[in-house]
Design a protein around this ligand. Structure first.
Ligand SMILES: Cc1cc2nc3c(=O)[nH]c(=O)nc-3n(C[C@H](O)[C@H](O)[C@H](O)COP(=O)(O)OP(=O)(O)OC[C@H]3O[C@@H](n4cnc5c(N)ncnc54)[C@H](O)[C@@H]3O)c2cc1C
Length: 413
């Protein structure tokens, strides 16, 4: 390992230790105070699948504490006042947090450090008009204002070239009209990155034509129609939103007019890498629990870890995790080296999200009836893992990308 890499790895370990210290000292008491609520999904989410006001309040407290302690903006760029961590640093932290805290500490995972592109110091903020950014940045960095990323629509999930939301030119800017679906956090966000077609011709020719706008969620015509109750993540906090004649000005354009698809894909790519590291961490958490249980639970006069069939499960889990972890680290190194890594990011997104599902499934099996109880968190992890195969590009879309890149000549592995 080069000296620089050794120093960086040491720095990452120190940040992780500090983060653990912060969670244990500052967040755990809040979790303890609200233990009953946090253990009850029907109180964390309302019947529409949206965060309840009580949960929002807990989440806000944790965000603000994390911002004060300097952790909330860890993944943000230096120009935005963030921690400017490398991709290697982000995946190390993401894995470590999920390995240590498992799936049941939602407030830790959602509020201590936000998603690296849809919330907090998103790199999309770098593309914002400077004046507007200055106005909004402080509240976003402090966790008092949150964001959402509104690309998907009822008819445009995998197929972004089916977007129907239009921005029509009017005096002084555009008006946005359309509907967005599956948008995480829109009901609680202060601002939304909204993607709309500004040039139907270029869009039809697939040469561009999509523009991203930074929209205040209290703007006239911006409304959250409903939440979408669903499995995983203890509900989901996903929403359907409507845009009805929402006025936007050139100042609200994120990046360049008509060139937002690249921005969106860049962000999603970052999300895929982080999600892959989350899977590795969560799978390690489940494996550790399984090892402990295998060493203590006894059947037929011996620990279940002494039965070959259980050993085989443990070995399979470890093999899968080790290979995924190695691939995530390698992909992060490619990102940090500025190498093209579209194919590799798709490989790890598909494989890690599938791997964590299999590992959680086997962990439940090893725990027998206990594995199915709400007590251990394995069933919550299993539902969360199942959810991950859909957002940020489904497993099928990742395979499509991998195959298409290879067929076009990018076949290095
Ligand atoms: C929990 C959650 C949170 C989300 N958060 C956000 C968010 O914050 N912002 C946002 O913009 N979006 C968000 N999404 C939307 C997400 O990105 C889409 O759900 C995803 O891209 C899939 O789109 P779809 O649901 O429309 O499925 P479809 O695109 O309709 O796909 C249906 C099925 O067909 C398969 N399929 C489609 N095309 C092909 C093909 N060419 N080859 C083979 N198979 C194919 C898919 O893999 C899938 O199995 C979220 C989704 C979820 C579940």
């Amino acid at each position: 390992m080069a000296d620089r890499t050794v120093t960086e790895a040491q720095e990452h370990r120190e940040i992780i230790e500090a983060l653990f210290g912060f969670v244990d000292k500052a967040v755990a008491p809040i979790e303890e105070e609200h233990a009953e609520l946090l253990a009850d999904e029907t109180r964390v989410f309302d019947e529409r699948g949206l965060m309840s006001p009580e949960y929002q309040d807990i989440s806000r407290q944790v965000r603000e504490l994390s911002a004060e302690a300097g952790f909330y903006s860890l993944y943000g760029a230096e120009e935005l006042g963030g921690g400017n961590l490398s991709a290697a640093g982000i995946v190390a932290i993401q894995e470590a947090m999920h390995h240590r805290y498992g799936p049941n500490r939602s407030v830790v995972h959602e509020s201590v450090i936000p998603s690296p592109f849809t919330n907090g110091l998103s790199p999309l903020l770098l593309e914002l008009d400077e004046g507007l950014r200055e106005e909004k940045l402080e509240a976003i960095a402090a966790g008092t204002a949150t964001l959402c990323f509104a690309l998907s629509e009822p008819d445009a999930g995998s197929d972004v070239f089916n977007l129907k939301t239009r921005a029509s030119a009017v005096d002084g800017g555009w008006v946005l009209n359309g509907q967005k679906q599956w948008i995480s956090n829109a009901a609680h966000a202060s601002h939304a990155f909204v993607f709309a077609v500004t040039d139907p011709e270029a869009f039809k020719a697939r040469t561009g034509g999509i523009t991203c706008f930074f929209v205040d969620t209290d703007a006239e015509g911006f409304s959250v129609d409903t939440g979408i109750p669903m499995m995983g993540n203890r509900g989901s906090n996903a929403t359907i939103i409507s845009l009805t004649d929402v006025h936007v000005t050139p100042r609200q354009i994120v990046g360049e007019e008509g060139k937002a698809l690249k921005l969106a894909l860049g962000g999603i790519s970052r999300g895929r890498l982080t999600m892959s590291a989350t899977c590795v961490g969560l799978a390690r958490w489940a494996l550790d629990m399984s090892l402990e249980y295998a060493n203590t639970r006894r059947t037929f006069g011996r620990t279940i870890g002494e039965h070959q069939m259980v050993q085989a499960k443990l070995a399979e889990m470890a093999m899968e995790i080790y290979l995924c972890k190695s691939a995530v680290l390698r992909t992060a190194e490619m990102v940090d080296a500025g190498e093209a890594s579209v194919k590799e990011t798709s490989i790890i997104k598909a494989r890690c999200t599938e791997m964590v599902g299999r590992v959680l499934d086997e962990a439940i099996q090893i725990h027998g009836g206990l594995g199915l109880t709400n007590e251990l968190g394995l069933e919550a992890g299993y539902r969360f893992a199942r959810m991950l195969r859909i957002p940020d590009g489904t497993s099928e879309i990742q395979r499509r990308t991998i195959a298409r890149r290879m067929l076009a000549g990018d076949s290095t592995l």
